[in-house]
Design a protein around this ligand. Structure first.
Ligand code: HEC
Length: 156
């Protein structure tokens, strides 16, 4: 075996990442609880960024264009993250999180909402560059509606 490859393999071992975790599935999750922890952490990351923007849209804190843009950009990236924690795992990976079985029974609808969220997040990030609060507010509200509606259907 090539030495460079050997070296990266032992680095993985050092990091506690055994090659076994990469087998079987295309996602790295071997247990439901890993998937739940992954998606909940990513959803929290999304929420952290979203709630700073919410405070500015509501006027609870002063609107600051640079902060808003940074948060909108981070939110856009974060909006791509949680979903692998649901995906190829199937319902067996429901775990003890708050996702309802409906997620896996209506996978097409759930997926469409994911795609909608990503495009809402992109639109919000673009709107933030306008620095115009009414443009920003309307992009923000569309996104917030999507959070709400998906939670109504798919979250305990
Ligand atoms: C495609 C559907 C969907 C969309 C869109 C969605 N969520 Fe969720 N969200 C869920 C589901 C399902 C859960 C429950 C996950 C679990 O516990 O397994 C959840 C849980 C959460 C949690 C709790 C995580 C935890 O630690 O338990 C937060 C925070 C959250 N969502 C924030 C948001 C925000 C903010 C938005 C919009 C910007 C959003 N979500 C949009 C489906 C969605």
């Amino acid at each position: 075996m090539h030495t460079t490859m050997l070296r990266s393999l032992s680095l993985l071992t050092l990091l506690g990442i055994s090659s076994l975790s990469f087998s079987a599935h295309s996602s790295a999750f071997t247990e439901a609880e890993e998937a739940v922890e992954y998606r909940q952490s990513a959803l929290q990351l999304m929420r952290e960024n979203f709630s700073v923007m919410a405070d500015m849209v509501r006027g609870d804190i002063d609107y600051d264009a640079a902060t808003f843009e940074t948060r909108a950009e981070a939110f856009y990236h974060a909006s791509h993250l949680p979903w692998d924690g649901f995906r190829d795992a199937g319902e067996n990976f429901r775990g003890d999180g708050d996702a309802l079985p409906a997620v896996w029974e209506n996978w097409d609808d759930f997926s469409q909402r994911i795609e909608q969220l990503k495009s809402d997040a992109k639109a919000l990030s673009e709107a933030s560059a306008s620095q115009d609060m009414s443009t920003i507010r309307s992009a923000f509200m569309s996104t917030a509606r999507n959070c709400q509606q998906c939670h109504d259907r798919y979250r305990e």
